[in-house]
Design a protein around this ligand. Structure first.
Ligand SMILES: NC(=O)c1ccc[n+]([C@@H]2O[C@H](COP(=O)([O-])OP(=O)(O)OC[C@H]3O[C@@H](n4cnc5c(N)ncnc54)[C@H](OP(=O)(O)O)[C@@H]3O)[C@@H](O)[C@H]2O)c1
Length: 264
């Protein structure tokens, strides 16, 4: 890739914003930044383009409008003529008892965390196939692998996203379009600002929590990596081990989760 065109969703905050900064500091590229908050996107675009060798376009967009997602691709094509990497980072959660979710809340969380990623991957992959290659990097969550009480809808939406991406990656094997899923454990971002239950959770797990820049560094490495991408990255190491235990001894892992890892 000479000067890659990278589209980042969720670029107005947390992991997406940190990744945009990381990438801009590291090299020459064109960025398309997507999120709803135009003011934050404009500020970030202004900062990155004035300080680094990047051209930045912003696209304020609500990703729950799944049917209109090809707009994001069109913005990249209109401004830069191609799309090399999609970093699909946007997402949100609500932590509460499974029986308390309304159908509308379930639908909205799946639209954002699953359906938007499926649709964006489809339109991006079609474009990348025409171009001869590209990368689709999806941020899901360790929640989708290690579900815990109060995270039913979020965990299910991320689990569905990672399963879809795994199959898409297999279907596109050797096509030049690579698909990878990054599953972070808890990360200290504004993600938890939405409700008191979520703030309590991040306080409970603060000692294990990652910083946004740690995940951003990994995502940026995947963007620049020339050798084949792994199909999945799980972090931090302790959660990789926990996941291994969960696969090997599911009943014991469930018992341990309910007694010792029930932090929400
Ligand atoms: N923080 C964690 O502990 C953690 C752990 C594992 C996985 N993750 C995943 O990491 C990703 C990033 O989370 P974060 O921690 O960086 O959270 P964050 O700081 O809250 O950022 C979320 C981003 O998603 C965007 N977004 C939310 N709803 C949107 C919508 N309807 N349309 C378009 N954009 C929307 C937000 O922008 P606007 O509000 O401007 O739209 C924001 O840029 C998410 O997919 C999350 O599930 C987070």
């Amino acid at each position: 890739m000479s000067k890659p065109v990278v589209l980042i969703t969720g670029a107005s905050s947390g992991i997406g914003e940190a990744t945009a900064r990381h990438l801009a500091q590291q090299g020459s590229l064109d960025l398309v930044l997507v999120a709803r908050n135009q003011q934050k996107l404009d500020q970030l675009a202004q900062e990155l383009s004035s300080e680094h060798a990047v051209d930045v376009v912003v696209h304020p967009f609500d990703l729950t409008q799944v049917d209109a997602i090809s707009e994001c691709l069109q913005v990249a094509l209109q401004h830069f003529g191609r799309l090399d990497v999609v970093l699909h980072v946007a997402g949100a959660a609500d932590f509460k008892a499974a029986l308390d979710f309304t159908p509308q809340e379930v639908e909205r969380e799946f639209q954002l965390n699953t359906l938007s990623g499926i649709r964006l991957s489809q339109v991006a992959a079609q474009q990348m196939l025409q171009q001869g290659g590209g990368k689709i990097i999806i941020v899901a969550s360790m929640s989708g692998k290690l579900p815990t009480p109060q995270s039913s809808v979020y965990a299910a939406s991320k689990s569905a996203m990672m399963t879809y991406a795994a199959v898409l990656g297999m279907e596109l094997e050797d096509s030049g379009v690579q698909v990878t899923v990054v599953n972070p454990g808890p990360v200290k971002t504004a993600f938890f600002d939405h409700s008191p239950a979520m703030q309590t959770y991040i306080q409970n797990v603060e000692r294990f929590a990652l910083e946004a820049h740690q995940v951003a560094k990994l995502l940026a490495e995947l963007v620049w990596q020339t050798k084949k991408l792994p199909y999945e990255v799980n972090l931090p190491f302790a959660m990789r081990l926990a996941y291994l235990g969960h696969r090997m001894c599911p009943r014991l892992a469930r018992w341990l989760t309910l007694r010792f890892a029930n932090f929400k």
